[in-house]
Design a protein around this ligand. Structure first.
Ligand code: KG4
Ligand code: ZN
Length: 342
């Protein structure tokens, strides 16, 4: 690390359908973390409508910044740096956060930093655990992203493999939709699966060959849809059983590939990140397999798995400490990448 990080960071997150703000002191003391979800607005459409997301962020963002400040017991004048997710995400949604952060940083004369949203998810682990050992294997599973990465130091990622089609979160959301469950489907499946039998329905697992670090969920999605249709016609569809069977087929592949990568690359540390990392079955199975293989497992508290601004503040803390700053030309980068090629 070459620079010193601002003592108190105000962070803003508006990349998808959560408006969020947080105040983080010295990289570890979370003084405020507020999130306003737009799920109720998008639910009637079965997914996020980008135009509605941007407009709602615009209405909410200053209110969220105010409530984060109130919760923190600090004033705007006490902030030392401003951070914001600048990508990946929905362009219009990101622009609301980026412009708000720029206005604040410019007006207050503070350093500004645009943060990669996926890096934020990864750094949610530092909020929960403080210290983490490198190198590590990271499983990033969110609504827009599913990847296995090898992390060798702060901000240093090597992509091992990612999904060829849907993300794990999309797979949960689409499967839920096929079963007639509301958006977002992940938490619904998580809840219902605990009342169902995992082996009740047979569903495929996409291993994609020995030693592949890639994922694919489209075959599973198609199999699910066919099964739902068949079971509906026969009037034998058991939703908790199907939720449990579907969840098991996603979780098994995610866990086994992560554990194999840790063994293959002789990495004793494994980390999980992203909204799907809140899934209870995934956490349980990963914890058991990590124990069996003698791996140290890091997982954020469930509240820091889904979108929030505390994780953005935490990622910013380490980037600021490395001497990074954004210029006044900071823009939204909807397709922003995190990893360097292998
Ligand atoms: O990381 P995130 O909050 O947003 C993105 O950056 O995409 O992830 C949202 C995704 C959604 O697909 C949601 O269904 C899924 O995470 N999710 C879950 C759970 N909680 C959220 N999936 C499975 N089990 C959960 N408990
Ligand atoms: Zn996210």
């Amino acid at each position: 690390m070459t620079g010193s990080s601002p003592r108190v960071i105000l962070a803003i997150e508006t990349s998808c359908d959560e408006t969020a703000a947080a105040v983080l002191e010295e990289g570890s003391r979370l003084r405020a973390n507020v999130v306003a979800s737009q799920a109720d607005i998008h639910r009637q459409f079965g997914g996020v409508i980008p135009e509605l997301a941007s407009r709602n962020h615009l209405e909410q963002v200053n209110i969220l910044v105010d409530s984060a400040l109130r919760e923190s017991g600090l004033a705007l004048g006490d902030m030392d740096g401003i951070a914001v997710s600048c990508g990946p995400g929905l362009a219009g949604a990101l622009l609301v956060g980026v412009n708000t952060a720029k206005g604040l940083a410019y007006g207050l004369g503070l350093p500004l930093l645009g943060v990669n949203h996926i890096e934020g998810h990864i750094y949610a682990n530092w909020l929960t655990h403080g210290q983490i050992e490198f190198p590590l294997i990271g499983l990033v599973v969110s609504g827009g992203h599913t990847a296995l990465t090898r992390m060798t130091g702060h901000g240093r990622y090597e992509l091992l493999g990612q999904t060829r089609d849907d993300s794990a979160g999309e797979a949960f959301d689409k499967a839920a939709r096929a079963m007639g469950l509301p958006y977002p489907g992940g938490p619904e499946i998580d809840r219902l699966a605990s009342e169902g039998r995992e082996g009740a329905y047979e569903l495929p697992r996409a291993w994609l060959g020995d030693g592949s670090w890639e994922f694919s969920f489209s075959g599973l999605k198609t199999a699910m849809m066919r099964l739902v249709q068949r079971e509906r016609e026969k009037k034998t569809l058991n939703i908790p059983d199907l939720a449990a069977s579907f969840q098991e087929s996603v979780v098994e592949v995610l866990v086994e590939k992560t554990v194999r990568a840790a063994v293959r690359f002789e990495t004793g540390n494994v980390l999980m990140a992203g909204g799907v990392a809140a899934n209870r079955k995934l956490r349980e199975r990963m914890a058991r397999r990590a124990r069996e293989e003698g791996l140290r497992l890091y997982c954020p508290e469930p509240v820091f798995c889904t979108d929030n601004a505390a994780m953005i503040a935490c990622a910013a803390y380490y980037r600021f400490a490395g001497g990074e700053r954004s210029g006044w030309d900071l823009n939204a980068i909807p397709g922003m990448k995190l990893y360097s090629a292998k």
